[in-house]
Ligand binder design. Structure first.
Ligand code: HEC
Length: 211
């Protein structure tokens, strides 16, 4: 089967016991037996044997076609055979808008509604990604702040006054000193973080005076 050279068929065992192979093994034995009979019993039998051999061959020839109907055995483009061209103006699933910097993100509207699920995800991400600098409650004083430019209290009024898009942009692109937190966070992860920061802000003023 040259069309599928190099491919591993899913069931080689099935192929071994397929009808043509079985006939191939059975036909020669019966033909031999019939031929012996023919020499022993005479002319009529010989012609009968010829007839049988001819019909056996015809059946075997008819069996030559591949009966398998599963879709593996068909002309196909296997995954990885060729790079499929991307249609023009198409955007990969899950791709985010291409923004140059935080300022471009400022007008974005938060598409993720505040919900227990979003807040819970935001809380978990905040604990691992932001708390080391901004503190567990977001009011500054995280352990990294001792070695780094101090991270501000996120409940400070100037931060409260920022748009959701600006907060999302800060997480995505970083700030003057804050490193970008985009890596490993999906678009909606970052909106969950914004929702959590809003939640922290709603819980009252913090300690440090300015961002
Ligand atoms: C390595 C320390 C560090 C980490 C981690 C960090 N920040 Fe910051 N962040 C800072 C510092 C320092 C500033 C103030 C200077 C600046 O804007 O870069 C800041 C500023 C901010 C501001 C205020 C921006 C403004 O101009 O009003 C927000 C909002 C903020 N961070 C959110 C977050 C969130 C949310 C996370 C977690 C996803 C996070 N930060 C992770 C250090 C950090």
């Amino acid at each position: 089967m040259p069309a599928f050279a190099g491919q591993t068929p899913p069931s080689a065992a099935r192929r071994a016991s397929s009808p043509p192979a079985l006939l191939g093994r059975l036909v020669p034995r019966s033909v031999l037996g019939l031929a012996r009979l023919a020499t022993a019993r005479g002319h009529e039998l010989r012609s009968c044997a010829t007839l049988l051999v001819a019909s056996a061959l015809a059946v075997a020839a008819g069996c030559h076609r591949d009966w398998r109907t599963d879709m593996w055995y068909q002309p196909a483009v296997r995954s990885g055979d060729a790079v499929r061209p991307q249609p023009p103006d198409s955007i990969p699933l899950g791709a985010e808008a291409s923004l140059a910097d935080r300022d471009e993100a400022e007008p974005l509207v938060n598409p993720v509604a505040v919900s227990p699920t979003s807040l819970e995800r935001g809380r978990a991400l905040f604990a691992s990604r932001c708390a080391p600098c901004h503190g567990a409650e977001g009011h500054g004083g995280g352990p990294v702040s001792r070695l780094f430019p101090p991270a501000p209290d996120l409940a400070y009024f100037a931060v409260k006054a920022r748009s959701d898009g600006y907060l999302w942009g800060t997480i995505t692109f970083g700030g003057k000193a804050m490193p970008s937190q985009r890596e490993g966070l999906t678009v909606s992860d970052r909106w969950d973080l914004v929702n959590h920061v809003r939640h922290l802000q709603s819980r009252g003023a913090g300690r440090s005076p300015s961002p």
